[in-house]
Design a protein around this ligand. Sequence first.
Ligand code: HEC
Ligand code: HEC
Length: 294
Amino acid sequence: MGLRLLRKILVPFAAIVVAASMATLLMGRSHVASPTSTPSPSQFSLTAAGSASRKAQLQTGYQLFQVHCSFCHGTRADGSTGIAPNLQGLGPGVVQLWLRTGWMPLKTPGAQPDNKPPAFNDTQIREIALWVASLKKGGVPFPPKLHLNKANVAQGFSLFTLNCAPCHTITGAGDALADGYHAPPLKAVTRHEVYEAVRSGPQNMPQFGPKNITPAQLRDIIKYVVKYIKHPVSPGGISLGGVGPVAEGFVGLFIGVGGCLLAAYWVGDRTERGSEEDQGSGEGPAGEREASHA
Ligand code: HEC
Ligand code: HEC
C-alpha cells in the first residue's frame, strides 16, 4: 500500500523531470543555434573603403565622430570631457572592435557597454577609426591579413584553455565575472574581433601583447575560436548546448535518473499485477499458461 502511494507520487515526478530536462535541452540548443547580432566575417572587408580617397575618409570619420562620440570623448577624442576615456594612441583596431561589437556609442555614460548590432556600417567604422588613429600614432593596428591555413588548431586549443577559458569557459559560452561584468560568448565573433580583443584587452579582459602570445600563437587561437567554438564537434554525442560540465551533468543526471524511475515503475507495476492475479485465482503461473493455451 505504502509502496503504491510512493509510486503514485514518484511517477508523475519522474515524468515531469524527464519532460523538463528535455525542454531545457531543446531550449538550450535553439538558443545556441540562433545567430547573435555580430555580423559574419564575410560582411567584413578591409578594402571596403579602398576606393574613397584617404582625405575623404578622414573627413567623414571626423564628422561622424563629432556627431556621435564627441560629447562624451571630446572633440579631439582626448577625453577632455571627463566622462569618457582618451582614445588617442589606442590604435584603429581598438576603435573598430568597440564599434563592431556595438559596445559604442554608449547611450549614457554610466551604462555598461554591451553587445548590440553595430550603429555604423563597416565603411563608416573604418572611417571613424582612421580619423581617431590620425590624431596619434601607436596602439593596436587594424588586423593584418590572417591566413589561418597553416595555423595549428591543437595548439590553439591548449592556448585557449590556458589563457581564455578561465573567463570565457572552455566551450566559449561566456561566463559571469566579478563586479557584475561578464565575459561574452565567443560563438559569433569574427577572426578580426578575436585579434583586436586579444591585442587590446577590452575592459576586464587582460591585454596580451606579442610577447605573451606571439603572432603565430594568436593565429592558432583565432583558428580554434572561429572554426571550433563556432562549430563545436561533439564526439560524445549531443552537445547539450555546450553550457558546461556542471549544467550538462545535471541534465544527464535528471534524464538518466528520471528514465530509471519510469522504467522501475513499469517493471514493478507488471510484477505486482502478476502476483495479485496469482493470489486471486489461486492458480500458479503454470496453470495460467495452461489456461492461455486452451
Ligand atoms: C554616452 C557617452 C559615450 C558616447 C556617446 C561614446 N562613448 Fe565611447 N566610451 C564611453 C565610456 C564611459 C567608455 C569607457 C567604458 C568602459 O571602459 O567601461 C568608453 C570607451 C570607449 C572606447 C574604449 C576605450 C579604451 O580605453 O579601451 C572606445 C574605443 C570608444 N569608447 C569609442 C567611441 C566611439 C568611436 C564613439 C562614437 C561612435 C563613442 N565611443 C561614443 C562613453 C561614450
Ligand atoms: C579575465 C577574464 C578574461 C580573459 C582571461 C580573457 N577574456 Fe576575452 N573578454 C573578457 C571580457 C570581460 C570581455 C568583454 C569586454 C567588454 O565588454 O568590453 C571580453 C571580450 C572578448 C572578445 C570580444 C567578444 C565580442 O563580443 O565581440 C573576444 C573575441 C575575446 N574576449 C577573446 C578572448 C581570447 C581569445 C582570450 C584568450 C587569449 C580571452 N578573451 C581572455 C574577459 C576575458
